[in-house]
Design a protein around this ligand. Structure first.
Ligand SMILES: Cc1cc2nc3c(=O)[nH]c(=O)nc-3n(C[C@H](O)[C@H](O)[C@H](O)COP(=O)(O)OP(=O)(O)OC[C@H]3O[C@@H](n4cnc5c(N)ncnc54)[C@H](O)[C@@H]3O)c2cc1C
Length: 281
């Protein structure tokens, strides 16, 4: 098996040209190494991105936050740039797996996995993330997250392409905060069974704008449009929590087959919504 470890974008472009459909890019390896060890994948080559500066940093580019694909969960948890408007990413990254997984698992791997239970994915949908992708043609292109993930474990990424970074437009309002809450099946090292990503603009306790995405209840994150509408002009109180929870439980009834724990998820939706809305109080 060949190993490629490019030190720059130009070295990366030429290494990408040598990859085949059997080759694999490796981020933190938290998922891939398990599959390698179990013999479920037998790549002809591994491409490591860790020496490429652009994949390793979190920075501002004008009004856009840019997170390198190789930034780990714990690096996001500890980033000052994410506090407040991107607090949802801190919430989600801080709740991924165990300390070991958070030290190695990357945002690029989480997105490329395209798992319906991937915690960062509903946030990426809510924030209209744009992925910066390098290809063997020697250029960077931008692809919206909604055009990138096409099914469970399926993306539009070619075998000689990699994610370099994620671009997130910074919400303009200084009254905006985003939060994320997940309900798991076990206390620790849990894979998400319902997760909610919410971005609210609140002025004098009144919600001025709202965006809500739910993950893990379907193949792709779902926008809870009815909940967004209900919230505008309201204060966060018990009545609002119940109304939003009803929207979520109705959506779960609509989209989740019974065999995927539908009844449990309907029952649990009240708690998840109460928890996420309490984060804003
Ligand atoms: C015990 C355990 C608990 C977990 N808990 C959670 C959890 O709570 N929430 C959650 O969301 N996930 C969880 N995961 C899944 C996984 O750890 C995360 O999705 C993690 O973010 C994957 O990142 P990675 O860098 O380790 O990916 P890797 O294992 O390195 O790669 C995963 C896939 O992505 C591809 N890939 C990686 N980087 C790139 C890139 N830059 N460009 C293109 N393709 C790329 C790889 O080729 C591979 O197919 C858990 C996994 C384990 C083993």
């Amino acid at each position: 098996m060949k190993n490629f470890m490019p030190n720059s974008l130009s070295e990366l472009y030429s290494d990408l040209a040598n990859l085949t459909p059997a080759s694999k890019v490796i981020g933190g390896g938290t998922d891939l190494v398990m599959h390698l060890n179990a013999g479920r994948v037998e790549p002809d080559a591994l491409l490591y991105l860790e020496n490429i500066e652009e994949t390793r940093t979190i920075k501002m580019d004008g009004d856009t936050l840019v997170i390198g694909a190789g930034v780990t969960m714990n690096e996001m948890v500890n980033s000052e740039l994410l506090k407040g408007k991107f607090q949802s990413i801190i919430d989600a990254a801080g709740d991924v797996g165990s300390e070991q997984i958070r030290n190695s698992g990357t945002i690029g791997g989480n997105i490329a996995n395209a798992s319906p239970a991937g915690d960062l994915i509903p946030i990426m949908f809510m924030m209209d993330a744009v992925l910066v992708i390098a290809s063997s043609e020697g250029a960077l292109k931008k692809v919206a997250i909604k055009d990138f993930i096409v099914g469970p474990g399926k993306t539009t990424l070619g075998h000689n392409e990699v994610i370099i970074a994620v671009r997130l437009a910074v919400p303009k309002s200084d009254k905006y905060i985003s939060r994320f809450v997940k309900l798991g099946s076990r206390k620790k090292v849990t894979i998400s069974r319902i997760c909610v990503s919410m971005g609210l603009e609140i002025e004098d306790e009144v919600i001025k704008s709202a965006s809500v995405y739910v993950g893990s209840i379907s193949i792709l994150p779902i926008k809870l449009e009815d909940a967004e509408k209900i919230m505008i002009g309201k204060k966060i109180d018990h009545e609002l929590k119940m109304a939003v929870a009803k929207v979520l439980s109705d959506k779960i009834m609509e989209v989740t087959p019974e065999k995927f724990d539908r009844d449990y998820k309907v029952w649990a939706s009240k708690g998840v919504i109460a928890d996420v809305l309490e984060c804003f109080q």
